[in-house]
Design a protein around this ligand. Structure first.
Ligand SMILES: [Zn+2]
Length: 476
């Protein structure tokens, strides 16, 4: 049995570096040549972060020079200064109000941060977008935003005018965490990313800050977020109340849990059956009785916008036109970066299907350079379904990126043993699956019950097989 709290750290760790990596292609060629120059030797670093990083990282291969340190800058609070713990700390999740408290503390301390209120959730929680860029960029935020709106709809402009606007505009990259509130890592990691982008003076981060605008949705479904954090702590309390002999692992396949987020969850094989399977003790999320005021399950997609908090994000999109909406999820082993595989929607701009693999391949190449196993792109999400809220961008000539990172729930002792032995994603694991659901140990191209080429089989069969999407799968 593994320590589920530590596995959570390892899971969010992949996300920690993936988030930074996604931004790098947007900086200049010179900066790309400096991608391993990720520290400013003259900047003070937080020794407590370095210690926790070493302590919590299962395998050095999962680390990288992007995130093995955390700068300290006088007057600017780290997440730990406000929350009391480093992001990813075992047995910690952050309530939405505390997330906002952190972002507000950061904004109060730095002119590089602005917070925009974009609405209220069903239960009245304030919905925000957090903006981060250099001071100079922040002074031009309104102008840049207006320029992006012109670029998004250039009708009526001459080519020369369009080129002039382009030359006067910096890219804007939007991250969105917590669309599936049971997938708790992104909302944690985005706070640390924000802090790094504000404070770090490495060539890499400085150039990101100077050359583009980054914005963040801390938790797309703020109501569901708090339910899941409640559930997480409930699970920890229940596990703590069980006497030690009662949690001797019973290695039997756990029953499927109610569909939640990207996959039908199962408790990790070998998990203590006396503990609340899939409940808070495994990271929060699976099995939460009710996720929102009006919905059983916040499977809230661009194609199915039924929550006011989702509509607020879509409405905001049409005020800012970020060319990239990056939707952050966790339900796949290690790191899956979406590249819009077949079938692709022919109604979307063909450039999209050239750009998506370019980004994904770039990320895989970078992580391979750092000796990191397991980043891949051959998984379930095709270029047809507008299956995530961020697809509002690629439905409007922009680009949606999407990551799935490993959930702390999905790891079991086999996975961790493999990780310690350095078994990479290309090496089949015994039994082919680890935690159940989509969180299998080896990327197979299958997502839960969804075969990679499901569309071919459906076409050729009068009756959809049981594994067809929509029959047995909520899709991700
Ligand atoms: Zn998800």
């Amino acid at each position: 049995m593994i320590d589920v709290g530590l596995s959570r750290f390892r899971a969010v760790h992949h996300l920690r570096q993936a988030l930074l990596l996604g931004l790098v292609p947007f900086v200049s060629l010179a900066a790309q040549q400096l991608t391993t120059d990720t520290r400013d030797p003259n900047q003070k670093q937080d020794p407590t972060f370095a210690q926790s990083y070493q302590e919590w990282l299962a395998n050095p291969k999962h680390g990288s020079p992007l995130v093995d340190h955390l700068p300290l800058v006088a007057g600017i609070p780290t997440p730990r200064d406000v929350l009391g713990y480093h992001i990813g700390a075992p047995r910690k999740l952050t309530y939405y109000a505390d997330q906002l408290k952190y972002y507000r503390a950061l904004a109060a301390a730095s002119p590089r941060v602005k917070i925009e209120t974009i609405g209220r959730s069903d239960e009245g929680r304030e919905l925000v977008v957090v903006w981060i860029a250099s001071e100079a960029n922040m002074q031009r935020l309104a102008q840049n935003r207006a320029n992006l709106a012109k670029i998004a709809d250039p009708r009526g402009m001459t080519e020369a005018q369009v080129k002039a606007v382009l030359a006067d505009t910096k890219p804007h990259y939007h991250f969105m965490g917590g669309l599936h509130s049971g997938e708790t890592g992104p909302s944690e990691m985005l706070m640390e990313l924000a802090y790094r982008l504000v404070t770090e003076t490495s060539p890499l981060i400085s150039q990101i800050r100077e050359q583009l605008y980054v914005s963040i949705t801390p938790a797309a479904d703020a109501d569901g977020r708090d339910r899941n954090v409640d559930w997480f702590f409930r699970g920890l309390d229940m596990a703590a109340a069980i006497p030690a002999p009662a949690i001797t692992p019973v290695v039997t396949p756990a029953p499927a849990m109610p569909v939640a987020g990207d996959t039908a969850r199962r408790a990790p094989a070998g998990a203590p059956t006396a503990a609340p399977a899939g409940g808070g003790g495994f990271g929060g999320g699976a099995g939460v009785p009710y996720w929102g005021k009006y919905v059983y399950h916040d499977n809230n997609r661009d194609i199915n916008i039924k929550l006011v908090q989702m509509r607020a994000i879509i409405d905001w999109y049409f005020t800012a036109y970020p060319p990239i909406m990056h939707d952050l999820h966790e339900a796949q082993p290690l790191l899956y970066t979406y590249t819009g595989g077949p079938p692709q929607n022919p109604n979307l701009d063909p450039i999209l299907f050239a750009e998506l693999p370019w980004f994904g391949n770039w990320e895989m190449a970078q992580m391979t350079k750092w000796g990191m196993p397991g980043v891949y792109t051959h998984a379930f999400m095709d270029g047809w379904s507008p299956g995530y809220l961020g697809s509002v961008a690629y439905n409007h000539n922009g680009l949606m990126k999407m990551y799935e990172t490993q959930s702390g729930r999905d790891l079991d002792s086999t996975a961790m043993a493999n990780a310690r032995r350095g078994v990479t994603a290309a090496t089949p694991a015994p039994g082919g699956g680890l935690g159940g659901g989509r969180g299998g140990g080896v990327p197979t191209g299958r997502g839960g019950a969804q075969d990679r080429e499901w569309y071919r089989r459906r076409r050729s069969s009068a009756r959809p097989p049981a594994s067809a999407p929509y029959a047995a799968d909520s899709a991700a």
